[in-house]
Write a protein that binds this ligand. Structure first.
Ligand code: SF4
Length: 313
């Protein structure tokens, strides 16, 4: 998939809380959406390989981030969920490098949901100052007050309840908090995950359209590792943030290269070009799965899959 195609596919999707057209709670989509084409899904064998390779890579390469340290060390589920919730809200629309300092100071000032609930709005705005999108801090505080006032100080324990009960918590944040804090087996879809999935399965359709967004959520829910859902979700996002990046995919460092249809396509095209140079035979077939797919045809017609942000090695 070419850079232009990927940009077109994902340009309307924000970093977090991407289009969630049907506003469904996290978990399996039960709507009778049409089944995706087989080449846009994974076999059970591929799914097992993907989980194993991705988690092995994540254990070796993951960035050392304060919210990850806190979540790993915190034994109290309530405090853990609160600490993950704060990090996920701060990371919406803001770079990791910027969030680190804000997060560290915030958690030092308000280490529990009760502490945040007792803070004044002025204090919250002051602590948020410089991070932008102030409504995020305000909604965090409103949510903390709701937890203390209406829920007996207990953070909601499932993705569905988080999304339903906490202000500003959408499908992505609910899934991230529930999988990382409680080990709920539910996938997440943000801009990074969309990019990785679209490249892995060469999905060229508009991911802001409801059926495609639902298909991506279903794919994420099918792929998530049942034993380590939180790590799996973070690994998918980490891969999109550090290896399968928007402008330059570092395929040579990618643990999922053997499963990647975009990579395979580029490799086949390179081999074909070399062959053409050598013997001028231009009739070698190139994988044509996107061209055969009604979901992707419109995009592939106007985009050259060979003009790439990929760097096969
Ligand atoms: S092989 Fe390349 S394009 Fe495919 S998922 Fe990995 S980094 Fe992304």
């Amino acid at each position: 998939m070419g850079r232009s195609a990927i940009k077109r596919v994902c340009k309307k999707v924000s970093k977090k809380e991407p289009a969630s057209p049907s506003k469904k709670p996290a978990g399996k989509n039960k709507d009778p959406s049409p089944d995706p084409a087989p080449h846009h899904t994974f076999t059970s064998e591929e799914t097992e390989t993907l989980r194993k390779e991705l988690l092995t890579w994540y254990d070796r390469c993951k960035r050392d981030l304060p919210w990850r340290r806190l979540a790993a060390a915190e034994m109290d589920a309530n405090r853990r969920a609160y600490s993950v919730w704060v990090s996920e809200v701060m990371l919406q629309q803001t770079q990791v490098s910027t969030v680190i300092d804000y997060y560290t100071k915030w958690m030092k000032t308000w280490p529990t949901v009760e502490d945040l609930a007792a803070a004044s709005l002025e204090e919250v705005n002051e602590k948020w100052s410089g991070l932008g999108y102030y409504s995020r801090g305000r909604r965090l505080q409103e949510g903390a007050q709701k937890v203390v006032r209406d829920l007996g100080g207990q953070m909601p324990r499932t993705a569905e309840a988080l999304q339903k009960l906490l202000p500003g918590v959408g499908r992505y944040t609910a899934g991230a908090v529930a999988s990382i804090s409680y080990g709920q087996v539910t996938g997440v879809v943000d801009g990074n995950v969309i990019r990785v999935l679209c490249r892995l399965r060469r999905i060229g359709a508009d991911c802001t359209s409801p059926p495609v967004a639902d298909a991506l959520w279903n794919l994420a829910n099918d792929l998530v590792d049942p034993d380590r859902p939180g790590d799996f979700n973070q690994a998918m996002m980490e891969l999109g943030a550090t290896v399968c990046t928007p402008k330059r995919a570092l395929c040579g460092e990618c643990p999922l290269q053997s499963l990647c249809r975009a990579y395979k396509k580029v490799e086949l095209e390179s081999a074909s070009s070399i062959r053409n140079l050598v013997d001028r035979r231009a009739d070698a077939p190139i994988g044509s799965d996107i061209e055969d797919c009604g979901e992707c045809r419109a995009v592939s017609r106007s985009a050259s899959d060979g003009a790439t942000g990929l760097t096969p090695s």
